[in-house]
Design a protein. Sequence first.
Lengths: 393, 182
Amino acid sequence: MRWFARLCSTALGVAALPTLAGAAPGTGTAPLPEETIPSVTPLPAQWPKSWVLINDLNFNAIVDGRVVVVDTASADHPLKAIVRSAQFGNSLYSAKRQEILTAETFYSRLTRGERTDAITFWDMKDLKPKGEIVLPGGKRQLSVVYPHLFQFTNDEKWALVANFTPAQSVTVVDLDARKVLNEIDLPGCSQIYPTGPRGFSSLCADGSIFSATLDAQGKVATSKTIKTVQDIDNQPLFSNPAMVGQTAWFISQKGLLQGFDLSGEVAKVIPGSFSVGTAPGATPEWRPSGWQVINSDAAGRLYVLMNPAGKEGSHKDGGTEVWVIDPAKKARVARIALKGQSIAVAVTREAQPHMVVSRADGAIDVYDAASGAFVRSLGATVAFSPMVITPVE
Amino acid sequence: MRGFDKLAERFARSVARGTSRRSLLATLGMGITGAAVFPVLPVARASTHPGGTPHQPVTSGNPQDPGDRTTCDYWRYCAIDGFLCTCCGGSVSSCPPGTEMSPITWIGTCTNPADNRAYIISYNDCCGVSSCGQCLCNRNEGDRPQVRTQSNNDYNWCLGSESSVYNCSTAVIVGVALEQPK
């Protein structure tokens, strides 16, 4: 391709460039400087905390899903980079490893042929791939982007990958050794919530929560089940919790908040679930609604997308307000009206944090997290299906 | 129809068992559950063709099966989630040419407004061709979190097919329900 580029540059140079009307060529001003070819925009050594990663399912071409790197402080150049996250891909971001990891699925002929599931390591300094681990069995769970299908454990040295064939299991991977350690059967349970130093918990179809600790070979060392932690018929918990340290705050479709302490070897239920509250003007009632429906800020406050037309089946429609909850006080501390119906919410880790939401029309809006004041919209300029937002730390 | 009744009953009972007995879920997962799926759709719905001309109506011509099969309001779509195959080269009960119908399906129970019967609808996905991108429909009545596999429409149910690449979803009548839906 280099000869072609050179040919093009030469041709452009030779072609008579139209001059500005009335200006004689070569007089008055210096010509524009020559520019370097090739040129790739560098990334900053330290990614600014106004940046977020957004999972784009890319619904109209799911085989070409992505993670986009977005500067929420930039109204004119918000899209910084694109990382591949193919065919219902999942991703992990690690400031500590300075890597983005994607868990993806490929076919040798795009839509057909041999299936390969793999984890790819993308270096944050240039977003080039620097390694991969092939996952055996072609069984990686394919669904709309749930962050808790691909998670770190063991101090980010290992990762856990959810499988669904539809038999359920978890693959344990040693990231540093670039190898698969083990596969753990997980009948009846889904999602992976890292628990303790080396282990995970999952929610199960009978309403229980299951926890396992792992030994050095990635095998289950101990396990425990706590029965009836949720009422799936009447108060089902959204699968995406807000994490505050190692406390997971889940919200139910009707607005009940339930915390789980995941800092120990097994999950512990935090006593005293409580409601996000209610407000007038709803038909029939305010309910949480969205995809990434709840998230947290650095201070541990919870941000919940709320929809005033809450009813059975409304839970993925998106919210028109964010209700800010202080879980320590079990109280709502703010209501933030949104510019548009929004499906995902996150709060940046900037000194002056911003609340970032993705709207149902694909636009990304930015608010001052403390005051709730609208700051800017990035428009629908970064992703086709912006589902999950992860702030840079 | 007697055969269909039995089939529907078997599906319904299997699903009912799965909801209450965790131990059966693995078995359920091996073959019965089902299908179609997708999501979030407000995002995609809004951005697919904002302001574009809607699809021309497609009807059965049979007064006992009323409604436009290119719109989300059509009675069989009460629990569907994805691109409607009617808009993708297939039909409400048939996959587009070049795709493969997933053998594993998710089952819904929808009431036909013409005869007021509750029908068991099988939402088989069509697989092996990239996203159709036309006539996206997502209705979440009765949708439950992924923990209840057979009641969740966020899974890609192109399972058991040669390729897991999702193209569109059908809504096939597989029988008359024994009980009226809620």
